[in-house]
Design a protein around this ligand. Sequence first.
Ligand SMILES: NC(=O)c1ccc[n+]([C@@H]2O[C@H](COP(=O)([O-])OP(=O)(O)OC[C@H]3O[C@@H](n4cnc5c(N)ncnc54)[C@H](O)[C@@H]3O)[C@@H](O)[C@H]2O)c1
Length: 332
Amino acid sequence: MKIGIIGVGRIGLQHARVVQAQEAVDELVLADMDSARAEEAAKELGGSFMSVDDIFHKVDGVVIATPTFTHADLLVKAAAAHVPTFCEKPVALDIPTTKYVIDEVRASGTPIQIGFQRRFDAGYVAAREALQSGKLGELRRAHMLTCDPVPPHAEFIPGSGGLFKDCAIHDVDALRWISGKEIIEVFAYGVPRGAEFFAEYDDVSEAVATLRLTDGTLATLQVSRYNGQGYDVRMEIAGTKGTYAVGLDEHSALVSAEPGVTFPEGEPHPAFYPRFVKAYDAELAAFVKVAAGEMDSPALVDDALEALYVCEALGISRRTGRPVKVSEVKAP
Ligand SMILES: NC(=O)c1ccc[n+]([C@@H]2O[C@H](COP(=O)([O-])OP(=O)(O)OC[C@H]3O[C@@H](n4cnc5c(N)ncnc54)[C@H](O)[C@@H]3O)[C@@H](O)[C@H]2O)c1
């Protein structure tokens, strides 16, 4: 198979390496707005490079790893060319654009997979299986945490959609996917601490939220851009029969305050890639199967829209200081 990668920046270059390692892939084609970067990556990986417009007509599948504001346009081009596509999250920063992409994708029938890699992380998968098999009993409580050690650079912030759409969207998707329930109401606090650019762009560096699910379960969420102990992504999922903790291992960014307790003894992960490396490998291996027509997409554009509704509601709640029903955001 011939697979194209559009955008060979921070995550695109890593995705290109993973795609190239798949047995079914015998040719890699790279494209980037910065053609020198695509050429350099092609040299390094042993692939070829071409323009973004040409790539859709020359490959069996495409991976979009460009900045978020470009995703919608590229997904519409992929749908028009009927090329199975993997696209990093989020699809777009606003609801009308995401709905437009869904309409175009549906009309063309092109398979699209969104980069919700937690659906391929061993811990999240085990928690989902434990809940859905009945091992945890009835769901009663969930707590989620996504903390970056340091903020991204200032230029990233205005185009990122803010802390909820950029970071918490993964927690929201994981909660929907694991619980099998929808989130119907949220209440969020957020504060801009540290770098001045958070306040300048009406973003926050710290947030906490409560989320109410269709079955009445209450979940909590903490998100931060400053976690001195390291990259920390965890989830606790508690039912009437048991509790599972995702991300609690030797690399957890924690120090036990208990005398004599040495767990965890490993080094905390410094950033998202090492934490989720196996999940990225697995999601892209799945995508190659999607592109080959061997399986259905495991993360749809519709899932990205559902997660975006919740993140939009979280943002409104944070700005207005009131609980927000997700139906408010969904209403046309
Ligand atoms: N799933 C995850 O865990 C995860 C982690 C990091 C980033 N992301 C997502 O991946 C995307 C890329 O993030 P990044 O940090 O790698 O960005 P980046 O800025 O490091 O790289 C983006 C690349 O795209 C190129 N580019 C920009 N506009 C383009 C266009 N119109 N056409 C072709 N190429 C273009 C740039 O030249 C650059 O090489 C973002 O949407 C981000 O949200 C997801």
